[in-house]
Design a protein around this ligand. Structure first.
Ligand code: HEC
Ligand code: HEC
Length: 119
C-alpha cells in the first residue's frame, strides 16, 4: 500500500519527464529531417470526363512520356512509372492510376478547349 501511495506522489514528476523526453525526441527527428515530400501540382484545367482506371487513362493521352511534347505540356514524372527499387514499368504504378487522388483541380479550372490542347 505504501508503495502505491509513493508512486502516486511521484506520478506528476514521471509524467512530466516522459513529456519532456517525447518533446526532445521529436525535435531530434525534425533535425535529422528528410526533405519534405514534393507536392503534386494543381491541375489548371477541368478533370471531368477523363477516364482513370488501371487499363485506360485519358490523362496520359497528353501527360504520357511519349505524348506530352505534342500536347505542349509536361509528362508525369518518373515517380509515376518507376518502382521504389528503380525498375521502370511500361504502365502507371498502381498507386498513380487515379491522378485526381493527388492532383486537385485549381479553383478556377476550366475545361480544355475541345479543339486545342491549351487550357
Ligand atoms: C488534351 C490534353 C490534356 C489532357 C487530356 C489532360 N491534360 Fe493536364 N494539362 C494539359 C495542358 C495543355 C496543361 C497546361 C500546360 C502545363 O502546365 O503543362 C496541363 C496541365 C496539367 C497539370 C499541371 C502541370 C504542372 O506542372 O503545373 C496537371 C497536374 C495536369 N494537367 C493533370 C492532368 C490530369 C490528372 C488529367 C486527366 C484527368 C489531365 N491533366 C488531362 C493538357 C491535358
Ligand atoms: C500518389 C500521388 C500522385 C498520383 C496518384 C499522381 N501524381 Fe502526378 N505528381 C505527384 C507529385 C507529388 C508530383 C510532383 C513531383 C514529381 O514531379 O514527381 C507530381 C507531378 C506531376 C506532373 C508534373 C511533372 C513535372 O515535370 O512538373 C504531372 C504532369 C503529373 N504529375 C501528372 C499526373 C497524372 C496524369 C497522373 C495520373 C495518371 C498523376 N500525375 C498521378 C503525385 C501524384
Amino acid at each position: 500500500m505504501a508503495r502505491f501511495r509513493s508512486f502516486f506522489r511521484i506520478f506528476p514528476v514521471v509524467a512530466l519527464a516522459a513529456a519532456l523526453l517525447a518533446l526532445i525526441a521529436s525535435g531530434a527527428a525534425a533535425e535529422t529531417g528528410e526533405a519534405p515530400a514534393p507536392k503534386p501540382p494543381l491541375v489548371p484545367h477541368a478533370l471531368a470526363g477523363y477516364k482513370m482506371s488501371p487499363t485506360v487513362n485519358d490523362c496520359l493521352t497528353c501527360h504520357g512520356p511519349a505524348t506530352a511534347a505534342k500536347a505542349a505540356t509536361k509528362a508525369a514524372s518518373d515517380a509515376h512509372f518507376v518502382h521504389r527499387d528503380g525498375a521502370r514499368i511500361d504502365k502507371l504504378l498502381a498507386t498513380r492510376v487515379y491522378c485526381n487522388q493527388c492532383h486537385l483541380p485549381a479553383p478556377d479550372a476550366k475545361p480544355l478547349a475541345a479543339t486545342g490542347d491549351r487550357p
